[in-house]
Write a protein that binds this ligand. Structure first.
Ligand code: MSP
Length: 657
C-alpha cells in the first residue's frame, strides 16, 4: 500500500453465466459495483474490482450441444464475441481491475487443489446422491425445499438425480453460520438474514453434494476420474483464485483478502452467505467482510427472462440514451436492496426530470450566464450575501450525507443528496435573479459572487456524481475548466469567495430532452430490428431424403420460355399471369404466385424456366399450363424468392436436361 492510499479495498460482482447474452439485470449489479469501486478510488483507496464469468456446468454443456459447438467455443463466443460480456462492460464503462474466467487454467488447477484439501481434511466425503436438480440454476434441492414440486428459485421443473457423489459437510458449520448471520453485519440488508436463517438454517442444513458424474463440462476431480466439481464450488472460489489463492498467476491475496464486499443478487445470497463462509471455515480462511444481496429488476412487473422474451437489452438502451444516463437511472431509481420495476417510460422520465431539467439545465444556464455577463471569466472580487452561507452549509451537509449513504451502498439516497444541492442551486438562480443584477453596474459584484456560488455547487455535484456518470461529470468539470487538483474527493472546500477565479467554456448539450412517445416508438422499432438480426442470416429448405428414380425425373419437360406479357390478376395479391413464348408457336399461359416478389413490368422479355407437362390447373378461373421454377430461401426471417432466369441468348423452347 502506498503512503497516500487510504487502504486497500476489494469489491466483486458475481461472475456471470455465459449461457446467453447479458441483460439489464446483470448490468444493474455491475454498474453498482463499478460505482462503488469508482467512489472508493475517488476517496483514495487502492481498489481491486473483480468481475468475470462462470463458465462450467450442465446448462452450458447442453446449450453448446444444441448449438453444435464445443462448450469452450460456446462460452468464448458469449464472453469474447461481438456484443459479448467483455464488449458490454467496455461500452458501459465498467472499470474492473481483473476479469476471471473459470475456464482459465490457473483457476481450474487451483480448484482441484482446494477440493483435495477439503477432502483431505475430512470435510468432503464420498456418498451417493439422491434428490432433485434444477439444471438452469445448477442447484440441488431436497424434496422439502421445492415449491409446488418446482425449483424454489426459478419455478421451473426439477429432475430426479441419483449418482455417486462427493459431499461437503455443510451441516457441521450450521451453528457457526447462524451465529455469523444473526450476530454480525456479514450479510446485508438485514431482511436477507431472516430469509436465510428461517428458510435454510432452521429447517436443518444438510450436507451439500459437491460433485457430478452425469456430465463432463466442469473442473475434473483429479483423484477420482469421472467426477467434476459442483459448479458453485468452482464459482465461489473465483473470488480468491483471482487474487492468487492456490496459484502463481497472481500475488494479491495478502493485500486484498478478505474482500470488503461481495455484491450479489438476492437469489444467490444463499450460496454466498451459507456455503461460501462454510467452505472458508473448513479451510481456516478469513471470511469476506460483507455480502450485500441486492434486489431484482423486473420488467413491467414480470421477472426478466429469455424464455418470457422480456429481457431488456443494455446495448440498445446505452446506444439510444447514452451509457451515463442508463447507469444513472439504474442507481437513482431503484433502492439497491429492494426489487425494482424497470419500464422504458420510467427511464425516459428520469432522464428528462433529473438529467435534462435539473442537472443539464443548471449547468447550461450557469455557463451561458457567465459567458453573457462576464465573457466566461469570473475573476477576483464579488459581494457575498447571507443566502450564500445557506447554500455553502447545504453543500457541506450533502457531502457528509452522501458519504454516509455511499458507505451503506444506498446509491439512490446518495444521489438524492446530490439532487438536494442541484435543486437548491436552481432555486438560488430564481432567488438571486442574475438577469436583474446584470442590469446595473453597482450590482455586478453581487452577480459575480452569485455566478461563483453556482459554479461551486456544480463543481461539488460533479465530483460526487463522478462514480455514477464518469463521462458526463468530466464534461461538466471541463466546461468549468476545473483544474485536475480540484476534481478529487479532497477538493471539497467550498470556495466561492472574492479570491476564487472561474473560467467557463460552452460545452455540448449534456442530456437532450426526450420526446417520450417518439422514443417509445423508436425503441420498438430497434427491438424488432435487433430480433431480426438475431435470426439466422440464411435458411434453406431442408434436403429431402426421399429418392426420385432417374426415369421419373426425366419425365419433367423443362423448357426455356420467354415472357411476352405479364400482368397482375385482379382481386389476387399473389398471382401474376404470364403469356410465354415456349418455342411452339402457340403462346402458353402460366399463373404463378409470385406477385409479392416481382412487379410484372420487371419480367417482360426475360428468359425463364418452366415445367411444361404438368396437367392444366385452374386458378382464379384462369387456366395455368405449367409452372415457373424459382429458388426459395429465408433471410432474417423473411421469405425470399428468385425466379430462375436464363441467359437471353438461349432460345425459347430449348430443353433443359
Ligand atoms: N454464476 C452465478 C454467480 C456466481 S458468483 C460466484 C450467477 N450468474 S448469473 O449470470 O445467473 O447472475 C449473475 C448476477 O446477475 C446475479 O447476482 C443475479 O442476481 C443477477 N441478476 C440476474 N438477473 C437479474 C435481474 N433481473 N435483476 C437484478 N439482478 C439480476 O448467478
Amino acid at each position: 500500500m502506498c503512503e497516500k492510499c487510504k487502504g486497500n479495498y476489494y469489491i466483486t460482482t458475481p461472475i456471470y453465466y455465459p449461457s446467453s447474452n447479458l441483460h439489464i439485470g446483470h448490468a444493474y449489479c455491475t454498474v453498482a459495483t463499478d460505482t462503488m469501486a469508482r467512489y472508493k478510488r475517488l476517496q483514495g483507496y487502492n481498489v481491486k474490482f473483480l468481475t468475470g464469468t462462470d463458465e462450467h456446468g450442465q446448462k452450458i454443456e447442453d446449450k453448446a450441444k444444441e448449438a453444435g459447438v464445443t462448450p469452450q467455443q460456446f462460452v468464448d463466443n458469449i464472453v469474447l464475441g461481438e456484443k459479448g460480456v467483455i464488449d458490454l462492460w467496455k461500452l458501459m464503462n465498467i472499470s474492473y481491475d481483473r476479469f476471471i474466467r473459470t475456464t482459465d487454467d490457473y483457476h481450474v488447477a487451483a480448484i482441484q487443489r482446494i477440493f483435495k484439501k477439503m477432502y483431505d481434511n475430512g470435510d468432503i466425503y464420498k456418498g451417493s446422491y439422491k434428490g432433485k436438480y434444477c439444471t438452469p440454476c445448477e442447484s440441488f434441492w431436497t424434496e422439502s425445499q421445492l415449491v409446488d414440486g418446482k425449483c424454489p428459485d426459478c419455478g421451473r421443473e426439477v429432475k430426479d438425480a441419483e449418482e455417486e457423489a462427493y459431499f461437503f459437510r455443510l451441516s457441521k458449520y450450521a451453528d457457526r453460520i447462524q451465529d455469523l448471520l444473526e450476530n454480525t453485519d456479514f450479510l446485508e440488508p438485514r431482511s436477507r438474514v431472516n430469509e436465510m436463517v428461517n428458510n435454510f438454517i432452521k429447517p436443518g442444513l444438510e450436507d451439500l453434494c459437491v460433485s457430478r458424474t452425469s456430465f463432463t463440462w466442469g473442473v475434473p476431480v483429479d483423484f477420482d476420474p469421472g467426477h467434476v466439481v459442483y459448479v458453485w464450488i468452482d464459482a465461489l472460489f473465483n473470488y480468491m483464485t483471482a487474487l492468487g489463492f492456490e496459484n502463481d498467476k497472481y500475488d494479491d491475496l495478502e493485500a486484498f483478502w478478505p474482500a470488503d464486499v461481495h455484491f450479489v443478487g438476492k437469489e444467490i445470497v444463499r450460496f454466498h452467505s451459507i456455503i461460501w463462509p462454510a467452505m472458508l471455515m473448513s479451510l481456516g480462511l478469513p471470511l469476506p467482510k460483507k455480502v450485500y444481496g441486492h434486489g431484482w429488476l423486473n420488467f413491467n412487473g414480470e421477472k426478466m427472462s429469455k424464455s418470457r422474451g422480456n429481457v431488456v437489452d443494455p446495448y440498445l438502451l446505452s446506444e439510444r440514451f447514452g451509457v451515463d444516463a442508463l447507469r444513472f437511472f439504474l442507481l437513482r431509481t431503484f433502492p439497491f436492496g429492494s426489487d425494482g420495476n424497470f419500464t422504458n417510460e420510467l427511464l425516459m422520465g428520469t432522464i428528462n426530470t433529473d438529467l435534462a431539467n435539473t442537472l443539464g439545465n443548471l449547468v447550461s444556464r450557469t455557463v451561458a450566464m457567465s459567458q453573457k455577463y462576464f465573457g466566461g471569466n469570473l475573476g477576483e472580487g464579488g459581494e457575498s450575501a447571507p443566502l450564500d452561507e445557506e447554500v455553502k452549509a447545504l453543500a457541506a451537509e450533502v457531502i457528509a450525507n452522501y458519504e454516509k449513504q455511499m458507505d451503506k451502498f444506498q446509491f439512490s439516497v446518495a444521489l438524492n443528496e446530490i439532487f438536494r444541492l442541484l435543486d437548491r442551486a436552481n432555486k438560488y438562480i430564481d432567488e438571486t435573479t442574475p438577469w436583474i443584477l446584470a442590469k446595473t453596474e453597482e450590482t455586478m459584484p453581487r452577480l459575480l459572487t452569485v455566478m461563483k456560488n453556482l459554479c461551486e455547487c456544480i463543481r461539488i455535484s460533479a465530483i460526487l456524481i463522478t462514480p455514477f456518470m464518469p463521462e458526463s461529470a468530466e464534461k461538466i468539470l471541463n466546461m468549468l475548466n476545473v483544474p485536475a487538483e480540484a476534481r478529487g474527493w479532497n477538493a471539497q472546500c467550498y470556495c466561492a469567495d472574492e479570491k476564487a477565479v472561474w473560467n467557463t467554456t460552452v460545452g455540448p448539450v449534456l442530456f437532450p430532452r426526450l420526446d417520450v412517445e417518439k422514443e417509445l416508438a423508436a425503441l420498438e422499432e430497434l427491438k424488432a430490428q435487433a430480433a431480426k438480426a438475431k435470426l439466422p442470416p440464411l435458411e434453406i429448405e431442408p434436403y429431402s431424403d426421399e429418392k426420385v428414380d432417374f426415369d421419373t425425373f426425366c419425365k419433367s419437360d423443362l423448357r426455356a420460355v420467354k415472357v411476352i406479357e405479364c400482368k397482375n390478376v385482379k382481386k389476387s395479391d399473389k398471382l401474376l399471369q404470364f403469356t410465354l413464348d415456349d418455342g411452339s408457336g402457340t403462346p402458353r399461359q402460366i399463373l404463378s404466385g409470385i406477385a409479392k416478389f416481382y412487379k410484372p413490368e420487371e419480367l417482360v422479355g426475360k428468359t425463364l424456366v418452366a415445367i411444361t407437362n404438368l396437367p392444366p390447373r385452374k386458378m382464379m378461373s384462369r387456366e395455368s399450363n405449367g409452372m415457373l421454377l424459382s429458388a426459395v430461401h429465408t433471410e432474417k426471417g423473411e421469405e425470399k424468392l428468385n425466379l430462375i432466369m436464363l441467359n437471353d441468348a438461349i432460345p425459347a423452347g430449348a430443353k433443359l436436361c
